[in-house]
Design a protein around this ligand. Structure first.
Ligand SMILES: [Zn+2]
Length: 367
């Protein structure tokens, strides 16, 4: 990012506080998760003024009012770390887990992280705007992270490139970026890569049931390539093939706890774990093959805990995804595979970048 810094100086907007001190204008990015809310600060030169995670309890389980207080707290904490006064803030970028509309209205049926009735159909963007007294630009967390990954990878060339990001977490998040911008879709539901059906032929064992997703589909990407896919589908099946595996006892008590332990086994080269992650990489590759025929992106990005782990395991995982992605010769010559950078901060940073672009459309990283 910022390979053309020598092109500076460009006139940056400065704001003057009550004491007459001028400050560079900034935007704040806020990433609301199921347990933590974290925030960052971006200035107009494209520099993030916060290097680490600045986070606070998200309080979403207490309902919207508590969560809005947590958002305000996260912003104050990040501004303190950045040494930027509140008066320097032009806008706020906000992301939350979905499902939510493109404008930040939580699904009327609630959501995994927003289960209490007060959240159903709640306009989180408007509420944050009211609480903070600043313009708020909303993205879902997958799209925000995908935007950051794209801009981090391509820097000043972002606006001429496209990418698809698949982020393996509890579910399968991510997004589609076309010429530097998030593809949102008519109803705000573009980039729901987890619910794209992938061919299961040759991916599943002969006696393996079709994996089921929480969304109601059978055989979509998230039903395989997510923690919930391991819990619900992959681990229960593979334990029937490896009944003496050490995870069998834990699985009998809690399949969810056993599923969380699979990654550690994978890093140590355990056979059952590699069968599971092998199926995940095959599924991601098959979704990328669909993407190759839909938008033919410059980059295929993989993120999530699974690639934030041991470097050898990460390389094995990404290599397997690449091998499972069927590209044409012309595509192979230009496509790149990479890991989503700084995943724990990607949501907040992507949100900040989206906010900067929304309020200053002429802004680009090419400064
Ligand atoms: Zn699904």
């Amino acid at each position: 990012m910022g390979s053309n810094r020598e092109r500076l100086p460009r006139t940056l907007l400065t704001l003057v506080d009550k004491r007459g001190t001028s400050h560079a204008a900034v935007v704040v990015g806020i990433d609301v998760g199921g347990t933590k809310t974290n925030a960052t600060v971006l200035d107009e030169s494209g520099a993030f003024l916060v290097d680490t995670m600045v986070e606070t309890s998200s309080r979403v389980a207490e309902g919207p009012d508590a969560a809005m207080e947590a958002i305000a707290t996260a912003m104050e904490l990040a501004l303190a770390v950045a040494g930027a006064p509140r008066t320097a803030v032009l806008a706020v970028g906000l992301d939350t887990p979905g499902p939510a509309s493109a404008t930040g209205v939580i699904s009327s049926k609630g959501a995994n992280n927003f289960q209490q009735p007060p959240w159903w159909g709640f306009d989180v963007r408007a509420a944050a705007e009211f609480r903070l007294g600043l313009p708020v630009i909303y993205n879902n967390d997958g799209n925000a992270a995908a935007l950051y990954a794209h801009l981090h990878l391509f820097g000043s060339e972002s606006d001429s490139r496209s990418s698809v990001s698949a982020i393996v977490g509890t579910g399968l998040g991510g997004g589609v970026i076309e010429r530097g911008h998030v593809v949102r879709g008519a109803a705000g539901m573009a980039g729901e890569l987890g619910h794209v059906h992938v061919p299961m032929d040759g991916l599943l064992e002969a006696d393996q049931p079709i994996p089921q997703c929480n969304c109601g589909f059978g055989g979509d990407l998230e039903s395989v390539a997510s923690l919930s896919g391991i819990t619900r589908n992959l681990l229960p099946y593979w334990l029937t093939r490896y009944p003496d595996h050490p995870l069998a006892d834990l699985a009998a008590t809690s399949m969810a706890d056993a599923a969380k332990a699979v990654r550690g086994y994978g890093e140590r080269g355990d056979e059952l774990a590699l069968k599971i992650f092998g199926q995940q990489t095959a599924a991601i590759g098959r979704m990328f093959t669909i993407a190759a025929n839909f938008t033919d992106p410059d980059a295929y990005l993989v993120g999530g805990g699974v690639v934030e782990s041991d470097p050898d395991f990460r390389d094995w995982f990404v290599d397997r995804v690449r091998a499972a992605t069927t590209l044409r010769e012309e595509q192979l010559a230009v496509a790149q595979f990479a890991v989503v950078a700084d995943l724990d901060m990607a949501g907040a940073r992507g949100s900040a970048l989206a906010a900067m672009r929304a309020i200053r459309p002429e802004w680009s990283l090419d400064i």
